[in-house]
Every structure is written in C-alpha cells, then in structure tokens.
Design a protein around this ligand. Structure first.
Ligand code: ATP
Ligand code: MG
Ligand code: MG
Length: 554
C-alpha cells in the first residue's frame, strides 16, 4: 500500500509520542450534540477520530454532548448511534456529558470555595454590556466579590430549582481584562427549569459547553480532543478549566483544531437542516436530498463511498468548500464495483418488432456485473413488444446519434439487432410507437456471424408484457447556488431548488420485483438507483443516487 504523508493532526500525535506520551495513553472521542441528525461534515470528524483509533489501536468514545435539554432528544441519540455504526465504526464507550453532571457540580463547588467562581445576579444583557471589547478591558460585575458562603448557598438554591429561571448564573472568576474575551469571567452554569432526556427533573442548572467539554475529556482521559476551528479561542479556557480540577501527574487532554468541511449546494449545520425539516422543504431528516448520513444512506450512498470521500478530502487547517461532485464521484466509484446491472426504462417508448412471433417469450441471459466475475448472470424475458427510452429514438438524426433512427440498426442489449421501419404518431404528431424488424440470427452470445455483426449503439430495454411499473424519484441539488449561506442579506431558504425532486413512473425488468429497501442497482446507461424504504412488491420505489456520468460538468 502507498504510504501517505502524515496530516497535521497525525503529526501532532507523532510529536507527542516522541515527547513522552505512551501509545497506551492515546484516546479519542467523537462528541456530537444530540440536537439533530449527523451530516456529511460530521463524517469528516468521525473518520478523523475513529480513523486515528484504528491507526493507533486506541479507544474512541462516542460522547453525547447533552448539556442543553431544550434542543436535545433521545431520538437524535439513537439516530446518531445508528449512523456511526453504519459508517463502520465501533466506539469503546458510549458516554454522556449528562453522566458527569454531579462531578461537574462538585467541581464547581470546589471552584467557588477556592474563590475561582461566583454567582452573578445580573441579567445576561448587563453581563454582555460589561464584557468590553477586544481592545478595552471589561468591567467587573458588582457580584464579583460576593462572599464565598453566599455563593455556595445561592449555587445550591439554583441547583435545587429554588431561584427564578434567569435570576442567576455561575461565572468563573478569571480576568476581566484578558485579551481573550472568552476569559472574561465566562458563564459556567445557567438555570433552566427544563426536563432533560436522560436526567429528567434532577437538575435545574445546566453546564455551558466550555465548562462541560474539557472536563468530560478529562474524566474520560481523552488524550487528544479534536474540534473545529471556531473553538481555537476556547482553547485557553479549556486548559484553564482542566488545570483547575486536575492534580500533579494526571494526563491533561489537549484540544486541537481542524477546519470544518463544507459541501457545495447544500448546508451542513444541524440548525439549518432542522429548518428544512420543520418548514417542510424536505420530508424528514433522512430525506434523500438531505446531506445527512441517513439521507445519503437512503439515497443509496454506501458507507465506503462516504468514508472514501472523507479520507480523500482529508483534514485541513483552512475552511473551504468541497464540490458535491466529489462526493458523487466517490459514490460512482464504489457503486460501479458493487452493483448489479439491470435494465429500466425511465421514459418509455413502445417498439413493436413486426417480424417477431406474437405469442413468443424468450428468456435471454444477462451478465449481472461485468466488474465482478463472481456475480453470475440472470434471465430476462424478451418479446415482440418492448420499451426503449424516448430519447433513444429519432426519426432523423445526424451521424453522431448512435441510437435508433428510421432505416438504421442498433443492438438491444443482451438481445437482437433491430432496425426502425416506421414511426406511428398521434393526432398531434407525437410519436406513440415505433415499428421495427429484427435480425433473427443476431442474438447476443449465439455465436452466429450475425451475432458478431458490429452496429453503432446498444440500447437498454424491457419487455412490455413483463415490465413492472416502478416509482422513480429523481433528485437534483437541494440548492441552486454553491453556498446558500453566503448572502448575508438573504435567507438560505431563498435558494432552495424548486426542482430538487421529480417523481416519474418507470418500467423495470421483472427481476426487480422482489428488490428490498437499500438494495442498489445500476440502471444501465442511466445511473445508480437504490430501493427506498417506502417500496413494496406491489409498489416499487427507487431513489436515484447519482447519474452514470457527471452531467453537471458538460
Ligand atoms: P452543527 O452546526 O451542524 O450543529 P456542531 O459542530 O455544532 O455542528 P456537534 O454535534 O457539536 O455539531 O459536532 C460533533 C463534532 O463534529 C464536533 O467535534 C464538530 O467539530 C464536528 N463537526 C461538525 N460539523 C463539522 C463539519 N462541517 N466538518 C468537520 N467537522 C464537523
Ligand atoms: Mg457543537
Ligand atoms: Mg451546533
């Protein structure tokens, strides 16, 4: 295998291993907040953390950062677990920040006793107004010097829900003139009289991200805590909090940052994805148009294609926009190797082979996947009446049209050479059927001279009496512009593509009758399709994953 050079995150770990860390100390975590479904951006973080776990044979925890009961739900926890598993990763421990609420509280009490935290009874507006600016120091709260005993009493009352909702917060006492605004006495706890999906009504105070995250890493003895770049200024505070509760000789987790990955023509933010769901622009979090892991799965993307995509774009230090065509490329690459080929006609035009016997049905042999010799072959019925694509026939066309035109021949895939004789039209001049003749000796694989005859163009088809109608959902990009969030004066929903879903009825070969949800196929000459969860034997439903080629480029 080709040896790839180390990315900067791996370099940090290698440096640490060369400077005193033991391999056994390495531990990572993936820390989603259960306030929505995971999206393709999270896949980068998952592949980074779990990839490091595999590379260094180190444990990786799945940690739910569940400190905000207002937005979090058990259903999101379950969806997240399913998605990480489906991506192919195993976590060492399933952890919850909420499991540490008592420990965090006890530590907060310690901080108060040390004179490092105090209860502030001002409004959040007043606190914000005193923060100062990056170049001017902030103003101290009038409660900053509140006596320790009073702080302890108030904090306990807050915890027990005995104080009004917004009356007090607990703040760390750090430095109101720090050049880092986050160090100017950040809030550690706020009061919320909200039930939590795991701790119920046990708590009336909830820790803020900065207080909970580093301490959770410390409790779990995570060695390297990777987060996205916007947390870089938080690192100083992360370290301050961890140092406050740790003792000589203990392993302190390290926060390091990498760039968020953005995908073009969509949004990767749970908050924005939630709006798409709530405002019924999509049907659900797992709508196949969503950039969620569950949406991509339902659409037909394989776990391997998502992992490959994440690894190909890699880990960076600067935010950038990845074109969605790279994700589609990754899907094609994997699906080409793995999917059976079948025939389906999306826009049917009926052909009648006038010299083929009326009551005859032949079973023809078709290879399942030329990329996979193990995949074998299947039988497909052929008869006098077949469907081809409307786009595959023209009465007249130039030399470059290697499909069917009057007086010319094409091969029907796995079947015979046919020649178009006559186009039958309705009163409006629309072609409703085409009469053809076939060369009886030209059957594919029969070994005859005629079967080896070269004709330009091979068409896919299905036999009319054997075809099964199927609902096919054709997806297009969810947004019409590369970055729907780039226009500050507009709402990202202004750029929703009104044609992101087109539903048609296709005619598919009968072998597909028993296809089950999530089964994937290449519809020959068209694209990759996946059976939707709404599908049944009596009402087949397929999602188009991607077209065969990147039609957006040319
Ligand atoms: P969102 O804005 O979508 O809610 P988030 O960062 O708040 O994203 P978390 O649930 O906190 O979501 O994310 C879990 C982990 O995934 C974090 O470490 C976060 O940094 C990482 N992550 C989230 N979005 C991306 C992205 N677009 N690219 C890379 N990593 C991401
Ligand atoms: Mg977050
Ligand atoms: Mg978020």
């Amino acid at each position: 295998e080709e040896k790839k050079s180390l990315n900067f995150i791996e370099q940090i770990i290698e440096d640490d291993l060369n400077n005193g860390y033991n391999k056994e100390q390495l531990k990572f975590r993936f820390p989603p907040e259960p306030n929505g479904f995971l999206h393709i951006g999270h896949a980068s973080s998952i592949c980074l953390n779990f990839g490091l776990g595999l590379k260094y044979n180190a444990p990786v925890n799945l940690r739910f950062d569940d400190t905000n009961p207002i937005k979090e739900e058990k259903a999101y926890v379950n969806a997240i677990k399913k998605d990480v598993e489906w991506l192919g990763f195993k976590w060492a421990k399933e952890c919850y920040a909420s499991d540490y609420f008592q420990q965090l509280y006890d530590w907060a009490v310690e901080l108060i006793k040390q004179g490092s935290a105090y209860v502030d009874s001002q409004s959040s507006e007043a606190i914000a107004a005193q923060k100062g600016t990056p170049t001017e120091p902030g103003q101290s709260s009038p409660y900053r010097e509140r006596p320790i005993t009073e702080n302890l009493e108030l904090f306990e009352a807050m915890k027990n829900g005995e104080t009004p909702p917004r009356a007090h917060v607990l703040r760390a006492k750090i430095d109101m003139s720090s050049p880092n605004m986050l160090m100017r006495d950040p809030v550690m706890y706020r009061c919320l009289h909200e039930p939590h999906h795991r701790t119920g009504n046990d708590w009336h105070i909830y820790p803020m991200y900065d207080w909970a995250h580093g301490e959770s890493d410390f409790i779990e003895q995570v060695s390297h805590s990777f987060c996205t770049l916007e947390f870089q200024p938080h690192r100083e505070l992360y370290n301050w909090f961890v140092e406050k509760v740790s003792h000589e000789g203990e392993l302190l987790p390290k926060q390091r940052e990498f760039a968020r990955r953005n995908l073009s023509h969509t949004v990767v933010s749970k908050r924005k994805l939630l709006r798409l769901v709530e405002e019924n622009i999509v049907n659900s979090w797992d709508d196949p148009r969503m950039p969620t892991i569950s949406g991509l799965r339902r659409r037909g993307f394989t776990a391997a294609s998502i992992r490959n995509f994440a690894n190909d774009i890699g880990i960076g230090k600067r935010e950038n926009m990845i074109d969605v065509s790279r994700l589609e490329f990754s899907a094609r690459e994997d699906l080409n190797k793995t999917t059976p080929r079948v025939m389906a006609v999306l826009n049917p035009l009926k052909l009648i082979i006038t010299n083929y016997p009326e009551d005859k049905t032949e079973q023809l042999t078709a290879e399942n996947n030329p990329e996979d010799p193990e995949s074998g072959s299947r039988q497909i019925p052929f008869s006098r009446e077949i469907y081809i694509e409307q786009e595959d026939f023209r009465e007249e066309a130039n030399r470059k049209f290697f499909r069917l035109k009057l007086g010319k021949e094409v091969r029907l895939k796995n079947a015979y050479i046919i020649k178009a004789e006559k186009a039958i039209k309705d009163d409006n001049g629309n072609i409703i059927e085409v009469h053809c003749t076939y060369d009886e000796d030209s059957k594919s694989g029969s070994g005859t001279e005629a079967s080896k005859r070269k004709v330009k163009g091979t068409l896919h088809w299905v036999s009319v009496p054997h075809a099964i109608p199927a609902e096919v959902r054709l997806y297009d990009r969810l947004f019409t512009v590369e970055d729907p969030t780039a226009h500050k004066e507009k709402d990202f929903l202004d750029f929703v593509n009104p044609k992101s879903l087109e539903v048609i009825t296709a005619q598919v070969e009968p072998s597909l009758k028993t296809a089950k949800a999530l089964e994937k196929f290449q519809f020959q000459r068209i694209g990759y399709f996946c059976v939707d969860q709404d599908s049944s034997e009596s009402n087949l439903v397929f999602n188009r994953t991607v077209t065969l080629r990147d039609s957006w480029k040319n």
